[in-house]
Every structure is written in C-alpha cells, then in structure tokens.
Design a binder for this molecule. Structure first.
Ligand code: AMP
Ligand code: MG
Length: 351
C-alpha cells in the first residue's frame, strides 16, 4: 500500500514535469490571445503534448463534454501512437500488416495522398530515420553514413500498400510515424464533436496546433500570437483567426543535443538530416487540422521557394506564414488581407 502511494506520487511528479516541458512546446509555437474571461478550460497530457480545451459555457455543461473529448483523444492516441506497443501504428511497424479502423484508415489515406502531392517532403515512412536519431541522441553521437544509407533505403510512401481495409508493406523494413499529422487529425475530431454540442464556441490548443470554433461572445475574431523562433518568449506577430486551424512546425519546438549541437525534429526524407534551408518556422492556416499539420511539416522541409510554388499550384486550399532569420513571408491570400500584423522589428515583412 505504502509502495503504491509512493508510486502514485512519483507518477504525479513525472506527469507534472512533463506538463512543464510540454507547456514550453505549446508556448514555443503559437498562443491564443484573448481578453474574454467567460471560458472554462481543461488541460490534458496526451500524445507527448499538453492539450488545452477552452469552452464558452458553464462548468456543469462543460464537464461531460471535456470527459468525452478526453475519450476521443485517448482512442486516437491508442491508434496513432508510435510508442504505445498496442497501437495500430506499432502493430503495423512490428508485423507489417494491420487492419485499421475506418478513421485510422482515413488518416493513412490522407497521409499517403499528402506525401504524394508534396513529392515526399511529408513522408510517414521516415520513421526508421526518426528512430535512428533517437538511438544516436541517447548515445550522444551522430548517425554514421552507412546507418543513414541503410535506413533511407526503407523510406518512401510508395512502399506502403493500403487496400480497402488492410495496410501492408512492399518492404519488410518500412515503418511508419504519423507524428506530423496526428495532432491535427485529433483536433479535427475534437472540434467536430464540439460542434455537435450546443456549446457556442471555444478553442482547442494541441501543441503547435490551435483550432477555433464558433463565435466569440464579443463578436471579434480570435488573435493568435506566432512565437518568435529566435526569442521564444516573444512573438513575431499576430494573426486574426475567425475560424479554422493554425499549425506550426518549427526548428525550436523539439530537438536533441548531440556533442553540444542542436538537431531539430523535422527531417528531410531525401537526406535523413534535419532540414537546414533557412526556415525557422512555418505556420499553415486552413479549415482542416490534419491537412494543416501535415502541410506545416512538408512546407518546412521544402524551404520557402519550393513551398511558395506549391502554394501557387493550388493543390490544397491553405495560407501560410514563413519565418526565416530576418524576414516573415506571407502567402498571397494573407498578404492581400490585413489578418497578419508584424510585432517584432527583428523581421521584415515580405508580402
Ligand atoms: P511536426 O511537429 O508536425 O512538424 O511533426 C514532426 C514529427 O513528425 C517529428 O517529430 C517526427 O516524428 C515526424 N517527422 C519528421 N520529419 C518528417 C517528415 N518529413 N514527414 C513526416 N513526418 C516527419
Ligand atoms: Mg505537422
């Protein structure tokens, strides 16, 4: 009994420590600015992230809704987690064959489509390389060329075969990681549920992803502060968000230190190395969270010229903000609106 209590205390302490770390991740990406006080909120620790849901309603109305949101997110984590051993993703990675539920199959289908449309800049099969970096970080060393070559040989979304209801692989060593799309997908599911309730509006904040739904009581659009990658206590600027999702991928969000150098978590599937193309962060704004999440990763990998050409090809309906060392670039739809307001003299605004 005594041991049980001690164990519980340790678990709570670890959870609080994780919460503190994850909060930094949230703040490092974007944050909601709101003077409204009529929100009730609940925080969750899931998917390696602190999630916060804020609803415009009474506490009693919100309580069962918060519970249901927790169940929805738990189900998604059980399916998409790369680390939970029983998840659909882990089952596939271990056995090379899995029968996903209908929702997970839809995420997989979307991941494959986005991988194809972005020419592999977003690639769910980069998992082997992600794992290699995890191993090397634990051993405080860089991957060898031979190790990287071996892992890269199994990367490529064309190696996955998704039939009506079964996911298999053409290469027995190809594994998957849905970490670059899963949080955005979870946001979509939570928002869809919240919209089916009578709650008039709110905000769901999920790591680098924020969704707003319904109307604010003041009638004004939400304002999101975009974190400054070079000064994570400051903001680059503010974006008006009347609806939809903003998803941010940045080189400062998650990283490992090897030999005193920082290596961030977004990998170029062509080289296996963290991208170094001058971008420090990319924010994608659109109506679909899964798309926003996957595209923020993809555009980050593409670099600003390729990403801007991809935007202008009108394959998907979205807007984006690119942050380099000294400039903030907006896609055409944002540049021609007054939704973004620069707030730092470190950057020049290039429409
Ligand atoms: P995000 O923070 O949404 O940009 O997602 C980054 C996470 O997705 C990483 O922590 C990896 O697990 C995984 N990942 C890294 N690079 C890629 C990539 N190029 N395509 C797909 N997933 C990636
Ligand atoms: Mg992403």
């Amino acid at each position: 009994m005594k041991n049980k209590c001690k164990m519980k205390r340790i678990v709570v302490k670890v959870a609080l420590a994780m919460l503190a770390v994850s909060l930094c991740v949230i703040c490092a990406s974007c944050r909601l600015l709101s003077s409204d006080t009529e929100y009730v909120s609940r925080s969750y620790l899931m998917m390696d992230t602190v999630i916060e849901i804020k609803l415009q309603c009474d506490r009693e109305v919100a309580a069962p809704v918060f519970d249901r949101c927790g169940e929805i997110m738990t189900d998604i984590e059980q399916a998409l987690s790369r680390t939970l051993p029983e998840s659909t993703v882990s089952q596939f990675n271990a056995a090379g064959k899995v029968t996903p539920d209908a929702e997970t199959a839809a995420v997989l289908r979307m991941a494959l489509e986005i991988s194809d449309k972005t020419d592999g800049a977003f690639d769910p099969t980069v998992e082997g390389v992600v794992s290699l970096w995890d191993t090397c970080a634990a051993e405080n060393r860089l991957p060898t060329e031979a190790e990287m070559r071996e892992r890269l040989a199994h990367v490529g979304a064309e190696k996955l075969i998704l039939s009506e209801d079964v996911l298999t692989r053409a290469d027995p060593d190809t594994t998957i990681d849905l970490g670059a799309i899963g949080k955005g997908y979870a946001i979509d599911r939570v928002v869809a549920y919240l919209e089916s309730t009578d709650i008039p509006g709110g905000v769901v904040s999920f790591g680098g992803n924020i969704a707003v739904f319904g109307a604010k009581q003041s009638g004004e659009p939400y304002r999101i502060g975009l974190r400054d990658p070079q000064n994570t206590t400051g903001v680059v600027g503010y974006l008006q968000m009347p609806s939809g999702v903003i998803s941010v991928s940045g080189d400062y969000e998650r990283y490992v230190s090897i030999g005193g150098e920082r290596y961030h978590h977004i990998l170029d599937p062509a080289t296996g190395y963290p991208t170094t193309n001058g971008l420090h962060s990319v924010a994608v704004i659109c109506e679909n969270g899964a798309l926003a999440d996957a595209l923020s990763t993809a555009l980050f990998v593409m670099g600003k010229e390729r990403a801007m050409a991809f935007y202008r090809a009108e394959i998907y309906d979205f807007e984006a903000i690119f942050v380099t060392d000294d400039a903030v670039l907006l896609t055409d739809g944002l540049a021609s609106s007054d939704r973004f307001e620069l707030a730092s003299d470190r950057y020049a605004l290039i429409p």
